[in-house]
Design a protein around this ligand. Structure first.
Ligand code: HEC
Ligand code: HEC
Ligand code: HEC
Ligand code: HEC
Length: 414
């Protein structure tokens, strides 16, 4: 089987799904932004992941960085695969921080390899970020060998065959090509859970629960074994605003609050809840709790919701929206960052400019994560050169530093 082509196809199919999803997230956030009057991320609104993908290859990022294992082999040793960012790099802020902190390594490598320095406009950075964000959470490169083990250790094999291998109580999971898409997988797992639960109970098997990457690995096994048609999958544009309606309509809100609004029977699914990072994991998350949820539903006379068409993608888009954006930064802490990281030394206490660097006061109100990344690409090398002359270390950020700094730079305290 041409597993590479399949991988590539799946990658782009998934990228397309999430590109649309992201677009909607961005629109939705646009609305919220106006409500909250929080400008910190406003420039991201224009981000287009497709365009961003083009920027990524046009500007030569792909020379050093692979994306999900593709590309990035130039010269002495690879830079990080940008689809495989560490888990904690989930939000925009964290992505920009990682890039900023590694900038000097990157410039050095570019110098060593005599690559042309990429000049990026602010729009290009915006699109690039949309792209980088997108690919990180659709990259579901599981381990199919481990997935095969999961398939038997979780007891799926007791009822399901894959390409004829296994039991025939349930359908052969390699026969339904649409199951290869994470959204559909999540949806079908949910929809079929009641019948499976009944049978699982009859067989006195435990309810299989999934941890970490188990569900992703399992899906990756199913994808690999699925020789079926790979073309013509319907790509679902996900609409998180509609997802929010579904959350109400399907009665989730009867038991779950989101940031305090809604029922108290199940856990609050808002900001403080740790959400799995991948679509498939999110499916697994709901699956794990399915029997308990269902039982309470029965006792309350709530019908167990089924999902059709675009409902699950929309719901998942909504559950992600809650977690995508960083909390706004803190002006006071940002003031400290500005001084501690040496910005004040070159740009002046109030951004009025100084010996080391130009005035930045006039940019007040325009700072955002994207603007910071743009600054890094556009002005970073000169800043770095100046810092080296003056024996100032390259300022590195941790945790919420960048968000706080941005809040400060936009405040009347600058
Ligand atoms: C000449 C090679 C090279 C090129 C070209 C390059 N980078 Fe990098 N990049 C690096 C190195 C080296 C690092 C730091 C170490 C690492 O992450 O592997 C890095 C780090 C990063 C990081 C931080 C990753 C993390 O979480 O640690 C991001 C994000 C990034 N680069 C984005 C880009 C983008 C976007 C472009 C194109 C505009 C680009 N890079 C072009 C070599 C390169
Ligand atoms: C006790 C038997 C049993 C076990 C164990 C079981 N299933 Fe099922 N499964 C079924 C049956 C029966 C159906 C069809 C249910 C229906 O029609 O609603 C099904 C349906 C499905 C579907 C939908 C298939 C489609 O083509 O739409 C998926 C996906 C699935 N199961 C995955 C799994 C996974 C993954 C496991 C292991 C964690 C598992 N099942 C464990 C019996 C089982
Ligand atoms: C009748 C009440 C009820 C309804 C309706 C309900 N849930 Fe739940 N849900 C629960 C309970 C209770 C738990 C915790 C179960 C446990 O502890 O295992 C839970 C757990 C979860 C979890 C895991 C949370 C965690 O802390 O790990 C997710 C995700 C979830 N539900 C999503 C949904 C979605 C989406 C819907 C709507 C389609 C929904 N729930 C409908 C009661 C409900
Ligand atoms: C060693 C001195 C130095 C330090 C430290 C320094 N900068 Fe700079 N900065 C400069 C110089 C020099 C430029 C102009 C570079 C150029 O012309 O491309 C600059 C440019 C900028 C710009 C772009 C201004 C414009 O007109 O678009 C911003 C924004 C900025 N710096 C913010 C910061 C922040 C925030 C920090 C702290 C994290 C910082 N700088 C730390 C020297 C420094």
């Amino acid at each position: 089987m041409e597993s590479w082509r399949k991988k590539e196809f799946l990658f782009w199919a998934a990228a397309a799904v999430v590109a649309l999803l992201l677009f909607v997230l961005v629109l939705k956030y646009g609305r919220e932004l106006r409500n909250r009057n929080d400008r910190a991320l406003s420039t991201f609104m224009a981000g287009d992941p497709h365009e961003g993908g083009r920027v990524f290859s046009d500007k030569g990022c792909g020379r050093c960085h692979a994306i999900a294992g593709v590309g990035g082999s130039q010269g002495g040793g690879k830079a990080r695969d940008l689809a495989e960012m560490p888990n904690e790099n989930l939000s925009l802020n964290e992505l920009a921080t990682a890039m900023w902190n590694h900038a000097p390594d990157m410039w050095k490598r570019m110098g060593d390899e005599k690559l042309e320095y990429p000049r990026l406009s602010e729009t290009e950075v915006t699109n690039l970020f949309a792209f980088l964000y997108t690919i990180r959470y659709v990259n579901e490169n599981g381990n199919p060998d481990h997935g095969a083990e999961v398939f038997s250790s979780k007891g799926c094999i007791q009822c399901h065959a894959i390409q004829g291998q296994g039991a025939r109580v349930g359908p052969d999971l390699a026969n339904n090509p649409s199951l290869q898409l994470p959204f559909i997988w999540a949806q079908e797992m949910w929809n079929h859970a009641p019948r499976m639960e009944e049978l699982i109970r009859q067989k006195h098997l435990p309810w299989p629960k999934f941890e970490d990457n188990e569900m992703v690995d399992l899906l990756s096994y199913v994808q690999n074994m699925n020789a079926g048609v790979r073309q013509g999958f319907e790509v679902f544009p996900a609409d998180s605003a509609h997802g929010q309606e579904i959350f109400r309509e399907k009665g989730c809100i009867v038991c779950h609050a989101v940031d305090g609004e809604g029922g108290k029977i199940g856990p609050d699914l808002g900001q403080n809840q740790k959400v799995p990072h991948k679509v498939t994991q999110l499916g697994g998350w709901m699956w794990n709790h399915s029997p308990e949820m269902w039982q309470i539903m029965k006792s309350k006379g709530i019908e167990r919701p089924r999902f059709e068409g675009r409902e699950m993608p929309d719901l998942i888009a909504y559950l992600y929206t809650i977690h995508y954006f960083d909390d706004p930064g803190n002006v006071q802490s940002g003031d400290e960052v500005y001084k501690k990281k040496g910005c004040a030394m070159c740009h002046g206490e109030n951004g009025q400019g100084g010996k080391g660097g130009p005035a930045i006061q006039q940019l007040k109100g325009k700072f955002s994560v994207v603007r910071m990344a743009y600054t890094m690409w556009q002005h970073g090398p000169q800043m770095y050169a100046r810092a080296q002359q003056q024996n100032i270390p390259w300022p590195k950020f941790q945790g919420n530093d960048m968000a706080n700094l941005i809040a400060f730079l936009n405040s009347s305290k600058l």
